[in-house]
Design a protein around this ligand. Sequence first.
Ligand code: ZN
Length: 160
Amino acid sequence: MKIADNHVVTLNYTLTDNDGEVIDQAQDGSFVYLHGAENIIPGLEKELTDKAVGDKFKVKVSPEEGYGPRDDTRVEDVPREMFPEDQDIEPGMVFHAEGPNGESITVTVMEVSDQSVKIDSNHALAGIELNFDVEVMAIRDAESVELEHGHVHGPDGHHH
Ligand code: ZN
């Protein structure tokens, strides 16, 4: 069986930056996703197509096929009162917010003054080349309900 759209794929992977620092890796050596449903970044999904169980490969993914280039307009000053008054806001803090299209975005605090907070809502991996070291662990056909939902169900997948 080779990886194609509508397959549920289990991977082991390690993601490093260009300095060899580990950014992310599969939890307990298994990450499960639905192929062809944009569950993962395009540069990695493309490379996985036609791979079989036991295949190992390395791929370097550009920001354009990863989390996008950095966008300086996503660094902006917002009024201090947008944050809870009783909460200390400090540089480096990370908040989760909802983006313009309802997507979940991460906002990092850059600077804080009495009136305003400088935030950066670029993805933490925007503008970074991503080096994946991947092994294909398992492949199966997706259940019809998984295709309907666009994500994997079951032990390692989505729980409702
Ligand atoms: Zn579901």
